[in-house]
Design a protein around this ligand. Structure first.
Ligand SMILES: Cc1cc2nc3c(=O)[nH]c(=O)nc-3n(C[C@H](O)[C@H](O)[C@H](O)COP(=O)(O)OP(=O)(O)OC[C@H]3O[C@@H](n4cnc5c(N)ncnc54)[C@H](O)[C@@H]3O)c2cc1C
Length: 455
């Protein structure tokens, strides 16, 4: 679908004053995300690039770009901060990259909700809502660069999911404003559960320009590290802490073999102890410490965000979820990749013990306590010693077929393979409305077939 020079020239003539860049190096840089976590995707996507970069400043300019892309039948890929892991915003068929970060206004902050534009950086929104004594219901550890729209369209959950579930759950997102990619673009407003038509659709079915996102009362969380003599005890502690309703925002269990990657924490996370990184409410700290002691553990670090930052230590959110993989890849690039595992419910820790026994030095585990559909859900994002594609898929098969886990495959680029394996019919129906020519982020959904495109 790569656009011809004529198509691109006609597109440029059509978008008037919208900022448009064709400088090759910059366009290439804006065609990348964190897909390189996967050696499989690295090989596949390294050569992919868009052809033009546009930077609209407001929704009117977004509509101008959408209309021109539709009229000239040019592929259109939306980019927020470009921190996705699976080539989510890599244009695999060339075309135009629309960088949404020019739409960064925060329109309204009310009790429990923020209405903001999609290109606002998550950290920027977090700072603004902090002034009203509130915080985001959840965020990814990439919040300084990542945008609200990118999180909604590409993310699934993260720090805060322990309390507030996954992004798609409950009232986390209650409104999306979406621009269609048609000759005469329209705005579609999605309310309530209808937001699922465009949430986690990888920007394949409309351009999100604004949203309503959930807030919670701000808490000055205590970033803590609890150490245990043995992974099963550390895991047991985390399960108990969650089951007993410990007032926490993050609980992540990390195998002692990660200690060598956490260089700034050498003093607090030694190589002979397994760790639980948590963000705990100040009032809950006494109970937290008592529970750690009950299981024979010790608390090696406990401080507010300001305190850990002043001590040049990483916040707890940089020690869990996918930041853990980043820590390892920074020190031993090429040696590791990772998997994303959802455990069957109810969680059975003996399954983890069997997996650790089975994989030994090949997999380093860390487990994330979360909620999904209102229930306790345990995830793991194990680091996998890189032994090639075949071995990777052998492990995936074993974990799915023998262990009953669901693997969100981080070596695949489609929504379905990276997610629940099923095509979301409602998202495809919405795509027929919001992207009738099938121009948005081509190749990223298996549900869209060429015959579906409007002529
Ligand atoms: C170290 C690390 C840790 C991470 N931790 C987490 C985590 O805890 N939880 C999590 O869910 N993810 C996580 N991620 C993945 C990613 O950082 C987040 O999902 C992030 O919120 C993506 O935002 P972004 O602005 O960078 O999106 P991008 O990467 O720019 O885009 C992501 C997808 O959304 C689409 N998109 C972007 N903006 C729009 C828009 N306005 N309208 C329509 N489509 C759009 C893009 O086309 C693309 O398909 C992590 C990644 C890394 C590298």
């Amino acid at each position: 679908m790569t656009a011809t020079a004529e198509q691109l020239a006609a597109f440029r003539a059509d978008i008037g004053n919208v900022r448009c860049i064709d400088e090759e190096k910059l366009v290439q840089a804006k065609s990348r995300d964190y897909y390189w976590y996967s050696p499989i995707l690295k090989e596949w996507l390294d050569h992919c690039s868009g052809q033009l970069l546009v930077r609209p400043r407001n929704e009117e300019e977004v509509k101008t770009v959408a209309g021109a892309a539709a009229r000239h039948r040019i592929a259109l890929t939306i980019r927020g901060g470009g921190t996705g892991n699976y080539g989510q915003c890599v244009p695999v068929e060339g075309g135009v990259i629309l960088e949404i970060t020019g739409l960064s206004a925060i329109r309204e902050i009310a009790e429990g909700r923020v209405v903001c534009e999609a290109g606002a950086r998550i950290g920027q929104v977090e700072n603004a809502v902090a002034e009203t004594g509130q915080m985001l219901s959840m965020f990814p550890s990439t919040k300084r660069i990542a945008t609200m729209g990118g999180f909604v369209a590409g993310g699934s959950g993260g720090i805060g999911s322990l309390r507030h579930g996954m992004l798609r759950d409950g009232q986390n997102i209650t409104y999306l404003r979406v621009v269609t990619v048609e000759e005469e673009p329209r705005v579609i407003e999605l309310h309530g559960r209808d937001i699922l038509k465009a949430q986690h659709a990888y920007g394949t079915n409309g351009i999100i320009t604004a949203m309503d996102y959930a807030l919670a009362p701000a808490t000055d969380w205590i970033h803590s590290i609890a150490l245990f003599d043995g992974y099963p005890t550390a895991l047991e502690f985390a399960i108990q802490a969650q089951a007993s309703g410990t007032d926490a925002y993050l609980i992540t269990v990390v195998d002692r073999r990660f200690a060598r990657f956490y260089r700034r924490l050498t003093e607090y996370f030694p190589v002979d102890r397994d760790a639980v990184f948590s963000m705990v409410a100040p009032d809950a700290m006494a109970g937290f410490r008592a529970r750690v002691a009950d299981l024979g553990g010790t608390v090696s670090l406990a401080g507010s965000h300001r305190e850990v930052e002043a001590a040049n230590l990483p916040p707890a959110w940089e020690c869990g979820w996918n930041h853990t993989t980043l820590q390892a890849l920074k020190l031993e690039p090429g040696a590791w990749s990772y998997l994303q595992v959802a455990y069957p419910r109810p969680f059975d820790p003996s399954l983890v013990a069997r997996q650790q026994e089975r994989y030994g030095e090949e997999l380093y585990f860390h487990h994330e306590m979360a909620r999904m559909d209102g229930e306790v859900q345990v995830f793991a994002l194990p680091l996998v010693s890189w032994r090639g594609r075949e071995r990777t898929y052998e492990i995936i098969k074993e974990m799915e077929e023998t262990d009953g886990c669901t693997i969100f495959d981080p070596h695949a680029i489609t929504i379905e393979d990276g997610g629940m394996k099923e095509i979301d019919a409602a998202q495809i129906e919405f795509k027929k409305e919001a992207d009738p020519h099938g121009l948005m982020n081509p190749g990223k959904t298996r549900g869209w077939l060429p015959g579906m495109a409007r002529a």
